[in-house]
Design a protein around this ligand. Structure first.
Ligand code: DSN
Length: 457
């Protein structure tokens, strides 16, 4: 009997090929990343860690052939140790870190492990509030971590930048153990050095070490490509990220840190200098069991790809496309949060632009093969499930090779769809305009299929 799952995978290939992916946190991986993910490494248990001796810095041939004692709880580790050591070494080189934990299954797991490594239950963590553009795992009341720690949120200014005065005032008031810079809907470049200065003031006032943490899930690929500052170069102790957004790797998490690297078997003193070891212990056995070595291998492949000169050109093109798309949308009458973008991400105030909400617009764009997501805006009066905005970005379409000319076309189609939404007025009436949607869909498909998706023949 044929398993229907494979039919559905084929259907999804068609959707990905014939549509254009504008969700800013999605991307298309290479054939090599796919091959590593789908490999027999999934058969192997490897709880614990490989040796960290000589990484970063050893040449790859040496890492791929050395046999070293490890910190594992299973036998048969020769190959996975080498694979994980290569992944760690590449991640450290790419992000200027002293250590990398490549085992987190996701960005949320990575963040939770860092909190667990440094904070005690009830301690305060200061991060960007969710309505301002922060992420669920930065203290949304619906998350587990919000039940463990006391999250305090800072906001953004009218122009969409971090409200550094608010951040500093709250930091000096709430005695945070962790100051966190990170977001999933923010279009500016953070001033990491300024936040590092605020950390110094907090340490001086309260007399204890404060962890500086950056969640760079959205922009890790831009950092790797050298077109976005790296928080680890500006005094941050820890950077978490997912590996599947701008970084274009497999779905997963990663924790980079600065400090001492040593055996995770012995509990070290609770100091910032020891944060890499504390994090290793917090990932395994603290918050996870067996690592996914097939995913770790795919992360290593993605890091290798991100170290190549072509990736720098890719990162530059993501930002150029985002600027061009933002300008083309504004020319079509779209009102953008923050008046544009400095990174890969654009947030449209659909309600203010056209008088209907982001959910209606998301559904209508789905009808023409343009995929993005409804998203809350700062101070949004609408409910989270029917927010006022939509969020889109250029990482995936840039992977396919779309450029300036296509950004103009995208903005035009998006305006045409907005006009149809205005005419329809509600989701129930979108079907009244089926012919008009079909016409745009055919144009989108014609363009999309002329830009192949990597990994799909
Ligand atoms: N869900 C991701 C995003 O879309 O931004 C963040 O985890």
């Amino acid at each position: 009997m044929k398993d229907l799952i494979f039919d559905l995978i084929e259907n999804e290939k068609v959707r990905q090929t014939e549509g254009l992916e504008l969700i800013p946190s999605e991307n298309y991986v290479s054939s090599n990343v796919l091959a590593a993910m789908g490999s027999i490494l999934t058969n192997k248990y490897s709880e614990g860690y490989p040796s960290f001796e000589g990484i970063p810095g050893w040449d790859e041939d040496k890492i791929a052939t050395e046999v070293l004692p490890n910190y594992r709880y299973y036998g048969g580790q020769t190959n996975v140790d080498r694979i994980e050591r290569l992944a760690i070494s590449r991640a450290c080189q790419l992000f200027h870190a002293s250590h990398a934990n490549v085992q987190p299954h996701s960005g949320a797991q990575a963040n939770n492990a860092v909190y667990f490594a440094w904070a005690e239950p009830g301690d305060t963590i200061l991060g960007m509030s969710l309505p301002a553009g922060g992420h669920l795992t930065h203290g949304s009341p619906v998350t587990e971590s919000a039940h463990i720690y006391n999250f305090v949120g800072y906001g953004v200014t009218e122009s969409g930048d971090i409200d550094y005065a608010d951040l500093e005032a709250k930091a000096l008031d709430c005695d945070p153990k962790i100051i966190l810079v990170g977001y999933s809907a923010f279009m500016k470049i953070p001033d990491f050095a300024r936040v590092a200065t605020i950390r110094e003031k907090v340490t001086a006032k309260f007399g204890h070490e404060v962890l500086l943490m950056a969640d760079m899930a959205h922009v890790a690929g831009l950092i790797a490509g050298g077109v976005h500052p790296n928080p680890l170069d500006y005094g941050f102790d820890v950077m978490t990220t997912t590996t599947h957004k701008t970084l274009r790797g497999p779905r997963g998490g990663l924790i980079l840190s600065k400090g001492n690297v040593a055996s995770p078997l012995k509990k070290p003193a609770h100091t910032l200098e020891n944060i890499p070891i504390l994090i290793d212990r917090a990932v395994f056995p603290g918050t996870q069991g067996g690592p996914l070595e097939h995913i770790i291998a795919a992360k290593a492949v993605a890091f290798y790809e991100a170290m190549q000169p072509a990736f720098k050109a890719y990162a530059e093109a993501i930002i150029k496309n985002a600027s061009a798309l933002a300008a083309a949308l504004q020319a079509q009458g779209f009102i953008l949060q923050g008046n544009g973008t400095e990174n890969h991400l654009i947030l449209i105030d659909v309600q203010k632009s056209f008088g209907f909400d982001g959910k209606l617009y998301e559904k209508a764009l789905d009808l023409v093969g343009l995929t993005l997501n409804a998203n809350s805006l700062p101070h949004d009066k609408n409910a989270a499930f029917r927010p006022s905005g939509v969020r889109l970005g250029t990482p995936a379409i840039t992977t396919r090779g779309l450029g300036f000319a296509e950004m103009e076309k995208l903005a035009l189609w998006m305006k045409q769809v907005a006009d149809l939404c205005q005419a329809a007025g509600s989701e129930e009436h979108l079907a009244d305009y089926a012919d008009a949607f079909s016409k745009i869909h055919a144009e989108v498909t014609a363009l999309a299929t002329s830009f192949p998706v990597p990994g799909i023949n």
